[in-house]
Design a protein around this ligand. Structure first.
Ligand code: C5P
Length: 322
């Protein structure tokens, strides 16, 4: 592997710790084709990285361990529990990078979770992307961004975008990316619901609703062009009108109160609102930063959400910090 520092000067602190962080994402456009033979759906999506970050700290150790801390670590048991073994994408990222570089997969990893799991915000993908960047420095594997992107695509559909950040058009399963220009920051309020929705379950519900004729088949994908043009620097109303998510109806079918949450966002003055990815987070678009703060306060009072966060995007992808 050839040398390419990720995020500037290499940082290994006194106790040997390396810290990286990666952002949550919102799909401002998500068009989903019919189920393919490989069990996946071809996508046309526009990702936007937003300013809600998970932080991953890695330290030298004799074996691989994962510890999860922070507001969304989840309990020791229950559906929101974040796994600390091979089921965690971070574990798989560590094994994949170690295997590729020919080093032992040994590190003590702490994931500080501010991005809730199973929320449609790609929190697990952010953790995996941050882990790749941090472990690359800890182990001195010196992977290029392209090599890390290849590993990321093997880990999950959203991991390459968590690495890249910014704004990007995604195709394939979401892993084929081309960067898109945004000339201004966009302000959002994320309304995070109580418990997570399973991504495969939401895709499965989409397939069922289409088979029953309750939703269009998805043979013809809507174009991302209006959303790309609006993101480029258009007025907020143009972006609000262009927001699109084919997973919204199936997410609402599985979690009917999402409809009320979307209505609450609009009633509270959001320029537009949609379900983020496979849900259940609601992303409400605000006119500017002041509006986002006011909208967040309003939405926090509706009782529809466990947590409400004002964020902005685009922000960079996985980077070393400190
Ligand atoms: O790629 P990832 O592991 O994140 O995908 C999780 C699940 O989401 C897949 O097993 C599949 O059921 C569904 N999926 C899909 N089409 C995509 C991405 C994900 O059907 N483009």
């Amino acid at each position: 592997m050839t040398r390419a520092p990720h995020g500037g000067p290499g940082r290994i602190s006194g106790d040997g710790a390396v810290v990286a962080r990666a952002p949550a994402k919102v799909n401002v456009h998500l068009a989903v084709a019919p189920l393919g033979h490989d069990g996946y759906h071809e996508l046309r999506t526009v990702f936007l990285a937003v300013s809600l970050f998970d932080t991953v700290t890695v330290r030298p150790a004799g074996e691989l361990t994962i510890d999860v801390t922070g507001p969304f670590a989840g309990g020791r048991t229950g559906p929101d529990r974040v796994p600390t073994d091979r089921r965690n994408l971070v574990w798989q990222a560590a094994e994949l990078l170690a295997d590729r570089a020919g080093v032992p997969a040994a590190a003590a990893i702490t994931i500080d979770k501010s991005i809730p799991a199973a929320a449609g915000l790609a929190g697990g993908s952010a953790d995996a992307a941050a882990a790749l960047v941090a472990l690359d420095t800890l182990w001195g594997t010196h992977a290029t961004r392209g090599e890390l992107a290849d590993l990321a695509a093997r880990l999950g559909s959203d991991v390459p975008f968590s690495l890249l950040g910014g704004v990007a058009l995604g195709s394939g399963r979401g892993e084929r990316l081309s960067p898109v220009l945004a000339r201004r920051p966009w302000h959002w309020v994320l309304g995070i619901a109580g418990s997570g929705l399973s991504t495969p379950a939401v895709y499965g519900e989409l397939d069922r609703l289409r088979a029953d004729g309750r939703l269009p088949s998805g043979e013809e994908l809507p174009s991302p062009d209006p959303v790309v043009a609006a993101l480029h620097g258009g007025p907020v109303d143009a972006l609000a009108a262009a927001l699109h998510n084919d997973l919204q109806e199936p997410a609402i079918a599985l979690r009917p109160q999402l409809r009320r949450a979307l209505d609450a966002a609009t009633a509270a003055g959001a320029a537009g609102a949609l379900v983020s990815g496979s849900g259940p987070t609601v992303a409400a678009l605000a006119a500017d930063e002041d509006d986002a703060v006011a909208l967040a306060a309003e939405l926090a009072g509706t009782g529809q959400f466990r947590t409400v966060r004002a964020v902005h995007g685009p922000v960079p992808g996985a980077r070393l910090v400190g």
